[in-house]
Design a protein around this ligand. Structure first.
Ligand code: HEC
Ligand code: HEC
Length: 225
């Protein structure tokens, strides 16, 4: 190879790489408004972001890769928790999720919670190319079709206190085979009024769940044998 040829490879190689890099950057940036649903970014979402910053939620939590790793990543939290659960949890985290690593009660105002839910729902809608990846336990069963009651179980955060198949908390009993020791009526009663079985129960009442959701949940649990 002559010196001139080496120089040509260097110059054109650099130019070509730079052009590809710029084209990909432009392509990524031009997709941002669409991928983030910029049209849904309203004043309430923006206020929710301020609440997030004011209380330093990302000291402990991560959103879109920014924040701490002490507590769960919240980028997609609104795809497995519903607004009702969020409201109860943010009002008093310890009562809903009494784990060893506790989220402090930040004494949020009702309006702040509403704004946060709007913000987290908007974040949840961002197309992140499936980031963050699902935990291994969730991916393992990805092929099986989820029962309606299973979705309610997830949305209501039952797994903060209960385990099924080794996944979940240990504040309440393991529910892997709950269907073989409790019948439908008993389970329904437990959901509506946990204190009817144990006057000192710390399990929250799910009496306010829509009838259909409670039925699905009872179907699901009584089928676990
Ligand atoms: C001092 C650390 C800390 C701060 C600050 C904090 N959290 Fe948490 N948060 C936690 C922990 C710890 C958990 C989970 C409990 C566990 O893993 O045992 C949690 C759980 C959550 C969950 C439930 C996650 C899930 O997977 O269901 C939500 C939602 C949440 N936090 C929202 C917030 C918001 C919103 C803020 C700010 C207003 C905030 N957190 C501030 C520590 C924190
Ligand atoms: C804050 C923790 C907590 C949460 C959240 C919770 N439970 Fe419980 N659960 C308990 C405890 C503790 C018990 C043990 C009995 C008692 O004290 O009421 C229990 C008992 C049960 C039982 C009876 C199990 C048995 O064999 O005796 C069922 C069924 C049950 N829970 C279902 C659920 C479902 C479904 C959810 C979500 C909709 C849920 N629980 C949410 C704490 C919780």
């Amino acid at each position: 190879m002559t010196k001139a040829q080496a120089k040509a490879i260097f110059v054109w190689g650099t130019v070509l790489s730079a052009v590809i890099l710029l084209a990909l950057t432009y392509n990524s940036l031009s997709q941002i408004p669409q991928r983030t649903h910029a049209d849904r970014l309203d004043a309430q979402v923006a206020t929710g972001k301020w609440v997030w910053q004011k209380h330093n939620c990302n000291d402990c939590h991560t959103i879109l890769g920014i924040g701490g790793y002490y507590a769960p990543d919240l980028t997609k939290v609104m795809s497995y928790r519903d607004a009702d659960w969020m409201r109860r949890f943010l009002n008093d985290p310890g009562a809903v999720w009494p784990a060893s690593r506790k989220m402090p009660n930040l004494h949020l105002k009702d309006q702040e919670i509403t704004d946060l839910i709007a913000f987290l729902s908007w974040v949840n809608g961002i197309d992140t190319n499936n980031w963050p990846p699902k935990p291994m336990a969730a991916t393992a069963s990805a092929g099986t079709v989820e029962k309606p009651g299973e979705a309610v179980y997830r949305a209501q955060g039952c797994s903060a206190c209960h385990s099924i198949g080794g996944v979940g908390g240990h504040v309440g009993p393991d529910l892997t085979k709950v269907g073989s020791r409790r019948d439908r009526e008993w389970i329904e009663e437990q959901l509506k009024d946990p204190k009817s079985h144990n006057p000192n129960s710390i399990m929250p009442s799910f009496a306010k769940l829509p009838e259909k959701d409670r039925e699905d949940l009872v179907d699901y649990l009584s089928g676990l044998r």
